[in-house]
Design a protein around this ligand. Structure first.
Ligand code: PLP
Length: 453
């Protein structure tokens, strides 16, 4: 681990003490967590107050696509703060107009109107509301193995265990299985079979639910936290065709996949499919100031041309957040960050992770695209039994905890979800930095290997 100069353990201890006394953390049993006090961050690294520096293979929660403290974005926030820190959403404001223009220029097809929200979950809330109002239909379909956010509607369309405790079962949500060949629900042996059977299953579900009751299908274009399952060729085009056939609004949730993560501005570009609504957040300004939004098609925008849209937020299009978005998008363009994510992904990350899989029996599958990769860790490659059970905690999760501790000991901060580690560094990570993280991952995987059978 590379030591960081100027440690200050006393300050670190005070930060930790106040956190433990007063901060209530997300998704946690408050007494069972041990948050690391962070002293600073730059580029792909962050460090604590004890002089330990970590290479961040998580991009925070997969959002600092241009790394920490990018000087152009920091400067833009400072300039905007000096000029006009905030202004109410009903006015036309320079940074808001410019952010909307830059986003609309990059979103696929005719998604040219931008409704700004505070983050990803409320973008999903509004996308669903727009779809219901546009179609006059009540139900929403979403996939198992998905995450759409922590607010009421967003958590109800989520397909992972974070939903269970808040599932009101009353929101008109119908779930389906999306394609995932490695753990196929359709007994498929090829990508083509998986695709065809997943589409048939989706159509059957639509028909038996009553197509005329379904407002929207919401899908992560490439599911993120659920395991980075890049859909097989033809699947998203097939979903688009079903939506067209049955008058259903197609929503792509690109909160995690958007803004360069997959090596394209939006993952939809990889498949050449245009949804009716697209949600974004995270990478839009690398989360330097909270911001999310919905990109809206011409047809849905038309629904609200003469009829008021019944929804809004005090901070919709917050000038500081929008200035950060403008600077982020411009910096990504000027520095070729999206292309970098694509080429580094193809030429370096993919071969390196497949090479790890050759040497580590704990790796069941490597999958991903751009700077968006998952290693599925298994006990047994033949049976594909996950290294830890679904949603394991405590002792049942020992193998993943040991893997995580080993990575951190090597100075690598890993992304861990259930039996997977995701390799999701900043999209502008250098090849040398990536290789440093790879070496640490290699060592940590040897620990995971000890738990295989
Ligand atoms: N949608 C997807 C695909 C996400 O990955 C997330 C967060 O991880 C969300 C929505 C929710 O975003 P937020 O946490 O900004 O509300």
């Amino acid at each position: 681990m590379t030591p960081q100069p100027n440690p200050n353990p006393q300050v670190g201890a005070a930060v930790k003490a106040a956190d433990r006394a007063h901060v209530f953390h997300s998704w946690s049993a408050q007494e069972l967590i041990d948050p690391l006090p962070v002293a600073g961050a730059e580029g792909s690294y962050f460090w604590d107050y004890d002089g330990n520096r970590y290479l961040d293979f998580t991009s925070g929660l997969v959002y600092t696509n241009i790394g920490y403290q990018h000087p152009k974005v920091v400067a833009a926030i400072q300039e905007q703060a000096a000029k006009l820190t905030t202004f109410a959403p009903a006015f036309a404001v320079e940074s808001r107009s410019e952010a909307a223009r830059l986003i609309a220029e990059r979103t696929p097809g005719d998604l040219d109107k931008i409704f700004f929200t505070n983050a990803g979950a409320d973008a999903v809330e509004h996308a669903v509301r727009m779809a219901r109002l546009h179609t006059g239909r009540p139900k929403v379909m979403s996939a198992y193995r998905s995450y759409h956010g922590g607010t009421h509607q967003a958590i109800n369309v989520t397909g992972d265990p974070r939903r269970w405790a808040s599932d009101t079962a009353s929101s008109g949500v119908v779930r389906f299985w999306a394609p995932f060949l490695y753990r196929s629900r359709f007994y498929a042996e090829t990508e083509a079979q998986e695709c065809e059977r997943a589409l048939q299953h989706l159509e059957d579900t639509i028909v038996f639910e009553g197509a005329a009751s379904i407002a929207a299908i919401i899908l992560e274009t490439v599911p993120g936290t659920a395991g980075i399952m890049v859909p097989p060729p033809g699947y998203l085009a097939g979903v688009r065709a079903l939506c067209d056939r049955y008058g259903i609004v197609l929503v792509f949730d690109e909160v995690m996949a958007g803004f360069g993560r997959t090596g394209s501005w939006f993952a939809a570009d990889l498949f050449d499919v245009t949804p009716d609504l697209l949600t974004f957040a995270k990478g839009v300004n690398s989360g330097y100031v909270p911001l999310g939004g919905v990109a809206i098609s011409a047809a849905i925008a038309e629904t609200f041309a003469r009829r008021p849209y019944p929804g809004g937020l005090t901070y919709s299009g917050h000038p500081l957040a929008c200035a950060a978005a403008v600077a982020t998008i411009n910096a990504m363009e000027e520095e070729g960050i999206v292309e970098h994510a694509r080429t580094l992904g193809e030429q370096v990350v993919s071969p390196a992770l497949h090479d790890l899989a050759e040497r580590h029996p704990s790796i069941g599958e490597v999958r991903g695209v751009g700077m968006f990769w998952a290693l599925e860790l298994v006990k047994n490659r033949e049976t594909r039994e996950p290294l830890v059970p679904y949603n394991a905690t405590g002792e049942a999760n020992t193998a993943m905890a040991a893997f995580g501790a080993a990575a951190k000991k090597q100075g690598l901060w890993p992304f861990i979800n259930m039996n997977r580690t995701h390799v999701v560094p900043a999209c502008n990570i250098t090849e040398a930095e990536f290789k440093e993280g790879l070496a640490a991952l290699d060592t940590a995987l040897s620990v995971a290997d000890e738990y295989t059978e």
